[in-house]
Design a protein around this ligand. Structure first.
Ligand code: ADP
Ligand code: MG
Length: 789
């Protein structure tokens, strides 16, 4: 396995009384054959100068018996087929040279039987010698005549005539012929009778269908499949032996062919030349594509030529001088075939049914083993079977309790349980995401960030203030701003100096929109210009209550920008670009200052680099001019004749000055170039710093933004280092209430103030929810109307 092997080539010389001793000579080792042509003996045959040829082969069979031929050519190939290697044996040569005799032999005389019956015998004998394996043998017999496929075993009563013509089909397992009958044979005798059936059909067809049996290619295939009788062995091997009797290879026109004969000859010549092309391609290691599909012969033999099989070519030749031309051409074919290498490999397969059975057995064994381990470790009642719905639901509830903080730990039981815990974490997480989203949808109108039409419609309608313009990026390297998810890191809250009114007016100045931020009103005084999805109509009362509630807790600050008091947290955050401006002026001021400083350094270096480049270019140009002038001087000097003084060249002053100038320029060039290189390194470094600062600025901003506008203040206290809530353990109910504190307070208010008693809470909660849904639908309708406008 894995080793490359050459195609084995043999020559069999047909016995004759008229052997051309002077022209055909064999090497001492019987592995080469030399052909010598007397130049004048056959006129017209040799039109080039060559008169001698030498062919190296694996063996020359002269006056060899059928027995010896089989031993030499086929025995190993057949033996290896039982170990799983595919094998192909082909007979090639001109008509009458003995191909059929070699392959099939005579059916009348047992002693003269050919490779086919002998191979079948060997297969069955070897099966008898291997009682450890259940080996099945199948055979098929295919004939290719004028590019049509014929099943030589189709006449068998149980086969029946085929309805559709046969086709060659390729699949991952290899090539097979659809429609070709394949026959299971359990003993030698059956196999022989199949062979004879085929042979007879071949001869009958030559009469009834008027086709010459030596004008077709015949492929007899023996399929072997060996399963071990040891049931635990899942592997089994398959192989096939192709025994090919090729059509006569003689050249067209030799006998003045016409009509049917001409047609046959054309097909044969074509298919043999395609076979040759495929073989040449196979012999060329650099070739990737092998033209197998050009004719039926090579296509049908695709996985039997070269590839992973053992391959033998037997060339049948005449030993007579009159046939030397064809003999030469046959030997040339053989020597080309000898170049082909194959890589024989065992065709190993897996018996799926056996494999499943074996795995089941092993599983049962391992379970028993586990049970023993558990009882030794005093663990009882551990179930290793797949979990049912109830067990999964229990794990889901554990995960929820763990997240809420009511369960400290989830006990580890076994691997399956651990996997299910992770699985349920994912389930809970995605449910929470959905809940958060739908809560947001109930409260806000969410618009797809990329849906510009919807955004502009909303803007036109004055419903939402969306703004995502490039902020604070004079050089155009902007960034998009969007609603930050609730998962943003908690931290300290900072104050805003500007009032929201100012922020709004500054945001109005900005162009573009990319943020899906949709806002409710920020401030009662600006509500005219603000979009208030749920307060436009029916909800006004509701909002008023909320505003009052808010203002009663935190009085509105005055309009003065110097006012140090924190402005009330709006129910909706200000647009990010506005907030970003603020951020840069206060908490982000230091980073922003460094950012700006680095950027100005970067710009200055860039400017210097560009100036240096210009200078370098100027110097380069001057150097070119000087060089040209020098060349001119030199040529002038050469024309006028040169002066030498004690071996030193005498040059005039002008040339001397030019040389000095060039030297000077070169020095300048080098200095400037070094400067440029330093500058470039510096620029790269500065660029890196600027990028870092930008990133830091944006990250800090995001954190600040979330802290300032999204996380409830009471929660912020808890989230502070040392607070009661660990990161990653924020209970769902908390997350749900983020950004909904006003709403929360309203519900609480209702629950406290309402006189009907605790039973009414569910009722009112339901009412609030219905109202929210109602408002959402109303807003959406408003949006659609605005869009239509
Ligand atoms: P091919 O198939 O190449 O056209 P055949 O095998 O039909 O040639 O051979 C033509 C004739 O020569 C047949 O009658 C065959 O019996 C005979 N023949 C060929 N080779 C031998 C051989 N080695 N010994 C005896 N007879 C042979
Ligand atoms: Mg023949």
């Amino acid at each position: 396995m894995g080793t490359r092997k050459k195609v084995h080539t043999f020559v069999r010389v047909k016995p004759t009384d008229d052997f051309a001793h002077e022209m055909i000579k064999y090497g001492d080792d019987n592995k080469s054959i030399d052909i010598h042509l007397k130049k004048d003996t056959r006129r017209g045959v040799v039109n080039n100068q060559q008169t001698d040829w030498s062919f190296k082969l694996d063996g020359v069979l002269h006056n060899a018996s059928q027995d010896l031929v089989y031993e030499t050519v086929a025995k190993d190939v057949v033996a290896q087929a039982l170990d799983g290697y595919n094998g192909t044996i082909m007979c090639y040569g001109q008509t009458g040279a003995g191909k059929t005799y070699t392959m099939t032999g005579t059916t009348e005389n047992y002693k003269h039987r050919g490779i086919l019956p002998r191979a079948l015998q060997q297969v069955f004998r070897m099966i008898e010698e291997r009682p450890t394996h259940a080996i099945t043998v199948r055979v098929s017999y295919l004939e290719i005549y004028n590019e049509s496929l014929f099943d030589l075993l189709s006449t068998l009563p149980y086969v029946g005539p085929s309805v559709t013509p046969m086709t060659i089909v390729e699949n991952p397992q290899g090539v097979f012929i659809k429609g070709l009958s394949v026959h299971l044979t359990s003993q030698e005798e059956d196999a022989f009778s199949l062979l004879f059936e085929g042979e007879t059909n071949r001869i009958i067809a030559s009469h009834t269908m008027n086709k010459n049996s030596s004008r077709s290619h015949c492929i007899f295939t023996i399929y072997v499949e060996a399963h071990s009788r040891t049931l635990s062995d899942e592997k089994y091997i398959t192989s096939k032996i192709n025994l090919v009797d090729l059509a006569g290879s003689e050249r067209l026109g030799k006998s003045g062919s016409e009509g049917r004969v001409l047609k046959e000859a054309t097909y044969i010549n074509k298919s043999l030349s395609f076979l040759e092309q495929a073989i040449i391609a196979l012999g060329d290691q650099k070739r990737e594509h092998i033209p197998f599909r050009q004719c039926k012969l090579t296509h049908a033999l695709k996985d039997s030529l070269g590839g992973n099989c053992n391959m033998v070519l037997l060339t049948n030749i005449y030993g007579e001088a009159a046939q030397l031309e064809e003999t030469l051409s046959s030997l040339r074919f053989a020597s080309r075939m000898k170049l082909v290498t194959t890589e024989p490999a065992i065709n190993e397969k897996y018996d799926a049914e056996r494999m499943v059975k074996n795995l089941e057995k092993e599983l049962a064994l391992l379970k028993q083993e586990l049970a023993i381990h558990d009882s030794l470790a005093n663990r009882t009642l551990v179930n290793y079977d797949p979990m049912d719905e109830i067990q999964i639901a229990e794990i889901n509830s554990q995960v929820r309790r763990y997240l809420e903080g009511t369960l400290d730990e989830i006990d580890i039981i076994n691997l399956r349980q651990i996997q299910e815990v992770f699985n349920q974490f994912r389930v809970v997480l995605s449910q929470q995401e959905q809940e958060v989203e739908s809560a947001l949808r109930r409260k806000y109108t969410l618009i797809d960030k990329n849906d510009f039409a919807a955004i502009s419609a909303v803007q036109k309608a004055g419903l939402v203030d969306v703004d995502g313009h490039l902020v604070g990026e004079p050089d155009g390297q902007g960034f998009g701003l969007g609603v930050t998810p609730f998962s943003a890191k908690p931290g300290k809250k900072s104050k805003s100096k500007k009032t929201f009114k100012e922020q709004l007016s500054s945001s109005a100045r900005k162009e573009g929109a990319s943020s899906p931020v949709s806002g409710k009103e920020l401030d009662v005084s600006t509500s005219k210009t603000q979009l208030t999805p749920s307060s436009k109509e029916g909800d006004v009362k509701d909002m008023t209550i909320r505003e009052q509630e808010t203002s009663s807790l935190e009085p509105l600050p005055s309009d003065s920008p110097k006012e140090e008091l924190r402005p009330p947290r709006p129910s909706t955050p200000p647009p990010k670009p506005v907030a970003f401006e603020d951020f840069k002026n206060e908490r982000g001021s230091e980073i922003n200052r460094i950012f700006k400083e680095n950027k100005s350094i970067l710009n200055e270096r860039r400017k210097r680099a560009s100036e240096t480049t210009q200078r370098i270019n100027a110097i380069k140009r001057e150097m070119d001019v000087t060089k040209e002038a020098l060349n001119f001087q030199k040529s002038l000097r050469e024309k006028q004749g040169e002066y030498e003084n004690k071996g030193l060249m005498i040059i005039d002053e002008e040339e001397f000055l030019l040389i000095l100038k060039l030297k000077d320029l070169k020095k300048q060039y080098r200095t400037e170039y070094q400067d440029l290189r330093d500058l470039r390194a510096e620029i790269q470094y500065c660029q890196h710093l600027v990028d870092q600062c930008r990133h830091r600025l944006l990250t800090e901003f995001d954190i600040w933004y979330n802290e300032s506008f999204f996380i409830p203040e009471d929660l912020q206290v808890a989230l502070k280092p040392g607070g009661s809530i660990r990161p990653g353990m924020v209970p769902v109910s908390r997350i749900m209430s983020l950004g909904e504190d006003a709403q929360d307070k309203f519900s609480q208010l209702q629950q406290v103030v309402l006189p009907e008693g605790p039973d009414s809470v569910a009722f009112y909660n339901a009412k609030v929810k219905t109202e929210q849904k109602h408002n959402y639908l109303k807003t959406m309708m408003g949006l659609q109307q605005a869009h239509r406008k």
